[in-house]
Ligand binder design. Sequence first.
Ligand code: PA5
Ligand code: NI
Length: 184
Amino acid sequence: MEIVFPRLFFAGNRLLGERVENVSRTLGDLRGIFADVDAFSRMPQNILAYEVSSFLPEQEGTPGGLYFGITYLHPGKVGNEYFMTKGHFHANIDRAEFYWGLEGEGMLILMDQLRRVWAERVFPGSLHYIPGGVAHRMANTGNTLFSFAACWPSDAGHNYREIADHGFAARLLEVDGKPQLIGV
Ligand code: PA5
Ligand code: NI
């Protein structure tokens, strides 16, 4: 029997190991996703909005494979809209995904193909099943770093186009100090 060292481990805010990829998104990378264009243009574009550290053990598109990632979403707002991820459908639209909360507080915003939107509170230990055909985006509703983990099929892919072109049918805004989903 062989006992081996794990292939993958955490080091601070990062996964370490082979086939780990780290991606950063600045505010400038998120141009077009926030409602308040004036507030957006007054903010420094090089602010770090989020980082994703992913373990991608198989070639993208491998049927039956799994990917794992942790997203670190910084606190902040553009006008009264919370910092959020770009959001996407999966390129293979029927592929599902799990998200779960690690630290801080946030909201998972979901939209089906009929553009019906709903949201789930995310907190350390909360678990979220995102069915196939449902676009997903996270928002940081707190004042501290919000991090969450994700596990998705390696043949899911990301379709950012749909959301970049048409957005979500509702926005998560701070109203009287609380997050509220407002239809657009
Ligand atoms: O696979 C996922 O859904 C996540 O790992 C996201 O890619 C991550 O949270 C960043 O969001 P987005 O890909 O919408 O920029
Ligand atoms: Ni996804």
